[in-house]
Design a protein around this ligand. Structure first.
Ligand SMILES: [Zn+2]
Length: 172
């Protein structure tokens, strides 16, 4: 009678081990939905050497099977790390470029303001030397400042005219 109940107990223990997997021995809190079965299994394993051996074999087999996907995961992890690192470098380079461009813009603006101030004082000095009305040298300053834009506009217009003339001559 007692041997039959013992066989039942071994059967139950091995079923629990098979269902729980290798973590049943180490992490008992993972089976929170079966705390009573888990406690019973722990108590049985403490007293039964054959079931303990079964549990250890099962755990070892499952661990052996788990090394295969782990190897695949490692290569995936390394390629992901490489991609993340490359993306971080790209972002860093982009930030450096943006920084350089903003520094250049600030420098150009500062130079333009400085040269405008110097030119303003130069025109003021020339105006006072030539005894001109302030409105006259101020207009001169504005014309001088707009000169590059005016020259560029005239050149572009001339180029357009030139191209138009050329296409006209090809047509005619
Ligand atoms: Zn047993």
């Amino acid at each position: 009678m007692s041997s039959i109940s013992n066989n039942d107990a071994h059967e139950r223990a091995r079923k629990l081990i098979a269902l729980a997997g290798p973590d049943a021995l180490s992490a008992s809190d993972r089976l929170s939905d079966q705390p009573l079965s888990n406690a019973w299994l722990a108590a049985h394993l403490a007293t039964c050497a054959s079931c303990r051996a079964f549990a250890e074999n099962a755990a070892e087999m499952v661990r052996g099977l788990r090394t295969i996907p782990i190897a695949a995961e490692r290569s995936l992890v390394s390629t992901t790390q490489i991609k993340v690192r490359r993306r971080a470098l790209e972002l860093q380079h982009h930030r450096e470029r943006v920084w350089l461009v903003s520094i250049s813009c600030a420098a150009v603006t500062l130079c333009a303001l400085l040269s405008a101030a110097i030119l303003w004082h130069g025109f003021e000095w020339l105006g006072s030397r030539a005894h001109l009305a302030s409105s006259v040298w101020q207009v001169g300053f504005l014309v001088f400042c707009m000169m590059p834009a005016l020259v560029a506009a005239i050149l572009l217009l001339a180029k357009d005219r030139h191209l138009a003339d050329h296409s006209g001559s090809y047509e005619g």
